[in-house]
Design a protein around this ligand. Structure first.
Ligand code: FAD
Length: 467
């Protein structure tokens, strides 16, 4: 046990030091950079925004196209809404090497499920503690990543906005472009920015407004409106309640609800739960599968996001099909391009930060040569077996990176590869306790819970780790 902890936290002896590009300075890119550097690699993080934090940098602006379908739109990265509080308790959410502990300071949010700003502060603290900021090139967008011919290296093309003075003097698109060569590229660009939209019969002639939750910030614009919200995720639950505070009616349509279902949301006199939308019509009406008809002002699509790598050119080796990024060994390495190309954070329905950390340790160790990957054919076989198991369980392709219960075995598998301790048992129990509490108390789970003994265990663990 003690040896395992030492292996995990001690500085390993670097075997081969690589020149590595990390795309994105969100939680995944930050922890990746930390693990890569402590394995002895030379790291540059490319970040198109002006600060670290990715998703957790709240932007009160929304994109001009409320559905974000225009490919040439100027992108707002974050999908956070103003009222968002975490849906995981801070003990579960933080990195295993740097817990998300409450800070007794008036400027900080010490709640167990804090508001979004506190997560950003936590990531900033993490970056400061491990001096990650110095590795980041801000306002530098990666626009192309492709293999250098006859080599395993990658050419990365990036652009930086010219200063206003220079931009006036020059012609072109106002950006300066440059290329650099790297031994390896880690893709950490997030996957909550490119909306997925529900296909609704009749939608092209429906006269109402439409919007994707990517552009939802505050409820006020929905004052006195009749809103139909599609989706059943954590965001859909939060946003429906947020909007119900001002809207006339909120009708939630969910694919996971039985066809005949129609009921009022307990505790609310203006939220109704429905099965999916059957069709929409020119007169502004919407018909649900349960037979109910509603005249709505707006449809709000809380229908999730697509994996999107507009910069990545792999000659067809890595593809995105029905939201399956593949083929990827253990959701990270494309066998043919391993280990020089890898992806962090594709899995969903997981505890993200600790998983990013395990994936990062694994990638860092593989790149240095400390950890061996199976042969290319063996990795491909593993992927094919995995795809077959998904099919056998009737999981659609778009569920390839869904994990849920399997995340714990997955994390423990990664930990075993790295020779470090696996996912903490108390953390797993707390994750399940929170999921149950969320179902029992959807409105108050962030402020009322029954897992205090697990909190004590977590705090003991943090003390043991020196926090
Ligand atoms: P991101 O945080 O999205 O970071 C990606 C970064 O890459 C960004 O900074 C972006 O600017 C940059 N980038 C993208 N493309 C380029 C490019 N071409 N060149 C340069 N830079 C680029 N997780 C939790 O643990 N708890 C929660 O309560 C929780 N709530 C959530 C609520 C919402 C509404 C959403 C959308 C997500 C939530 N998550 C939550 C999941 C959250 O996304 C992860 O916690 C995590 O922040 C993802 O980190 P990331 O680094 O993978 O991606």
């Amino acid at each position: 046990m003690i040896t395992a902890i030492i292996n995990c936290f001690a500085m390993p002896t670097p075997l081969t030091s690589r020149h590595v590009a990390v795309i994105g300075a969100g939680a995944a890119g930050l922890v990746a950079a930390r693990e890569l550097r402590r394995e002895g690699h030379e790291v540059v993080i490319f970040e198109r925004e002006t600060q670290i934090g990715g998703t957790w940098v709240y932007d009160p602006r929304a994109e001009p196209d409320p559905m974000s379908l225009d490919k040439n739109r100027s992108i707002i990265h974050s999908s956070l809404y103003s009222s968002l509080r975490t849906n995981l308790p801070r003990e579960v959410m933080g990195f295993r090497d740097y817990p998300f502990i409450s800070i007794a300071d008036k400027t900080r949010d010490s709640r167990r499920f804090p508001g979004h700003r506190e997560v950003l502060f936590y990531l900033r603290d993490f970056a400061r503690e491990f001096e990650i900021g110095e590795m980041v090139r801000f306002e530098t967008e990666v626009v192309h990543v492709g293999l250098v011919e006859d080599s395993n290296k990658w050419k990365l093309r990036y652009r930086k906005k010219r200063s206003e003075v220079d931009a006036e003097a020059e012609t072109g698109d106002g950006f300066d472009y440059d290329d650099e060569i790297y031994d390896a590229v880690l893709v950490c660009n997030g996957h909550y920015t490119e909306p997925r939209v529900a296909d609704i019969p009749g939608i092209s002639s429906w006269p109402g407004k439409q919007m994707h939750s990517h552009n939802y910030r505050v409820p006020e614009p929905f004052q006195d409106q009749v809103v139909v919200l599609i989706g059943g995720s954590a965001s859909a639950v939060d946003i429906s309640r947020d909007i119900a505070s001002v809207a006339k009616e909120v009708h939630v349509a969910s694919r996971s609800v039985a066809n005949e279902k129609y009921e009022q949301q307990p505790g609310y006199d203006n939220i109704w739960l429905h099965s999916m939308i059957e069709s929409v019509h020119e007169d502004g009406s919407l018909v649900f599968r349960n037979g109910r008809v509603v005249q709505a002002d707006i449809i709000l699509h809380c229908t999730g996001y697509k994996y999107h790598f507009p910069f990545l050119e792999t000659n067809g080796i890595v593809t995105v099909e029905d939201n399956r990024v593949g083929p990827l060994y253990k959701h990270v390495f494309p066998p043919v391009l391993a280990p020089s190309l890898s992806f962090i954070g594709l899995a969903w329905k997981v505890v993200p930060f600790p998983m990013f950390e395990f994936q990062s340790k694994w990638i860092a160790g593989v790149l240095s040569g400390r950890i061996a990957l199976p042969l290319q054919e063996e990795m491909m076989e593993d992927i094919e077996d995995f795809y077959r198991s998904l099919e056998a369980s009737n999981f659609p392709k778009r569920y390839t990176h869904y994990m849920g219960d399997s995340q714990f075995d997955y994390n423990n598998w990664l930990a075993a590869q790295c020779g470090c301790e696996g996912f903490e048992e108390w953390k797993k129990q707390m994750y399940y306790a929170t999921s149950k509490n969320r179902q029992v108390r959807p409105d108050t789970y962030r402020d009322e819970w029954e897992d205090d003994p697990l909190i004590s265990e977590a705090n003991q663990d943090f003390i043991l780790k020196g926090f």
